[in-house]
Design a protein around this ligand. Sequence first.
Ligand code: F6R
Length: 364
Amino acid sequence: EKSGYKHFMAKEIAEQPTVLGEAVDHYISKDGKGVSFAAEGLDFTQFDRITMVACGTAFYACLTAKYWFEQLARLPVEVDIASEFRYREPPVAPRTLAIFVSQSGETADTLAALRYMEGKAAKILSVVNVPESSIARESDVALPILAGIEVGVASTKAFTCQLNVLALLALNAAHARGEISDAALGDHLAALRNLPGLMNHALGASDTIEALSRELAKAQDILFLGRGAMYPIALEGALKLKEISYIHAEGYASGELKHGPIALIDENVPVIVMAPRDALFDKTVSNMQEVMARGGKVLLITDAEGAKQAGDDVWRSVILPEIPDLLAPILYAIPAQLLAYHTAVAKGTDVDQPRNLAKSVTVE
Ligand code: F6R
């Protein structure tokens, strides 16, 4: 079943270009120029705002999508953790689209949050991997992420396939609301169809990441930094690392470092900087330099030109292909997963069945 891989997690990481490519083809029109959810009854001109609710990795997919919906479609988005949202009993404005993201579709807190939104939100949309799940059945619209069965407890391919569907929704919303032209939509969709090839390149960094993970495995604390839509990917990288390698890790928005966490930096704390060459690259580089000036060991994840601009003082680099800004979070999720995987293997932990964790959290 593991098809020659040592762990389900390794197999599921490697599968991503294939499953994501199939999911892209499923959702994009035959001519490759459009994306529509009209058949599912979703019309983004009917909504004034979006509330997204999920847990864990699915929550980080929602945090990423907030940047997309707000930047592309100019729709305000609120994102919350299901266990907080449900007990907070927040007021819900009319014309709110509620989006629930869940791989299993059975997470108790997410299901309870969905039930709270029934009769309050204008529409309830779920983004799930299991179409016959409770969350899918109780939604007005359920969109499958088409990742295929995910066995490893640490979510990998489900995360990138969740991001794919959320990116398509944001593009559809932006187009329907007149925020982007036909041509711009076509360009974004062409980039999305190109993404599986770039993901294959990113998987090619596995050997480099394996070698440096043997050193990361000695660390007690590791920080992940990112800005903009890379901030949720920093959070996801930290979650993935702690859940399977048991190394304490935290993700921070790069700009938040100087407000406290920089006190943690010394030569024993590796700092992993997720820095595609986007509009915020220079700002991230200057945060990185603050870390290096305090003796921090920086692992920089960027493209070839980014590595050149960052200079020679970084401890290690992982080089990814150049990527349009919109899709960087999906591509950069791969090295984050590989870092967690190889570090856990180096430590000898049970990668597919980490202690204390269950694949589907059906208790509150
Ligand atoms: C982390 C992980 C969890 C899940 C969370 C939500 O790798 O897998 O954080 O993302 O338990 O699960 P679903 O998506 O099934 O609602």
